[in-house]
Write a protein that binds this ligand. Structure first.
Ligand code: LER
Ligand code: MN
Length: 270
């Protein structure tokens, strides 16, 4: 099992990015704890120096399995489903602007809250039309570079759009692009899926990335999710990507990261 953990390259409000702050110091810490990779949360690729970033990560023998983009929503309000065409266009261009760095790092680009929330007065079907159009445009732009996008079903308290694997698979059928798939997150699945293991099996072959947090969004082992059953199902279904920790820095970031890897490695899954 290849393990990574979310690391924000810049200050961000998102609470479940376990590590924030000094980039090189955090990469060093994550490598020392035994992780194989870092999932980078990047609001805008123009804010990072790709050479510096790649050098620091390689120096510690890590890789970047995925790039998170949700801060463009959290900090700037960019969204694929805004009623304002200029905001929709800015969101699409921002997501396409991740392609060169993602290609260089061989990272999946995550689409979480960038899908937005249906604005007041707009019909959800209209949001879905905007969403499908945006995803088709981004996927077509990324395909020649070999870059893949992974949309994350999110729980009902964060968005009205795409809560479950079933919703995600319907969306995949509408988008119709081979480089568009899903990111499954155990925290959201525990809230929304009829069966966590059943939904993991349904998404087999289209799961490009996987987030782990326990039922309380603390590190795996701090709540009541059965990670042995969950991860065994995931790998039996043919998943070959990274399992990435995205959980609250509780009781603090270092302890949470250490306990997470301790718990997940103790399951001895693959
Ligand atoms: C991001 O990966 C996530 O899981 C969301 O909860 C962000 O709001
Ligand atoms: Mn997540």
């Amino acid at each position: 099992m290849k393990l990574s953990i979310v690391l924000s390259t810049h200050a961000a409000q998102f609470a479940a990015a376990t590590f924030k702050g000094d980039f090189a110091a955090n990469v060093a810490k994550i490598a020392a704890l035994g992780y194989d990779g870092v999932e980078l949360a990047i609001r805008d690729p123009r804010l990072v120096n790709a050479d510096d970033l790649a050098r620091v990560i390689a120096a510690y023998g890590l890789v970047v399995p995925a790039i998170g983009t949700g801060q463009a929503w959290g900090e700037e309000g960019l969204s694929f489903t805004s009623a304002d065409p200029a905001i929709r266009r800015a969101a699409i261009e921002r997501i396409k602007s991740h392609i060169p760095l993602a290609a260089r790092l061989n990272a999946v680009v995550i689409l979480g809250l960038i899908r937005g929330i249906t604005p007041k007065g707009q019909k959800p079907e209209q949001s879905m039309t905007y969403l499908v159009e945006a995803l088709q445009e981004c996927s077509a732009a990324a395909a020649p570079a070999g870059v893949r996008y992974a949309l994350e079903p999110l729980n009902r308290y964060e968005t009205d759009l795409i809560h479950t694997v079933a919703d995600g698979l319907d969306l995949i059928a509408r988008v119709g692009a081979d480089n568009f798939g899903l990111l499954l997150d155990t925290f959201h699945m525990n809230i929304e899926e009829p069966s966590v293991e059943g939904s993991i099996r349904q998404a087999a072959g289209r799961t490009f990335h996987f987030h782990v947090a326990d039922s309380n969004r603390w590190h795996p082992g701090a709540g009541h999710l059965d990670f042995r059953a969950i991860l065994d199902t995931l790998f039996t279904a043919g998943f070959s990507g990274f399992v990435s920790g995205e959980f609250l820095p509780q009781p603090d970031a270092d302890t949470a990261a250490q306990r997470a890897i301790g718990h997940l490695r103790s399951l001895a899954i693959r």
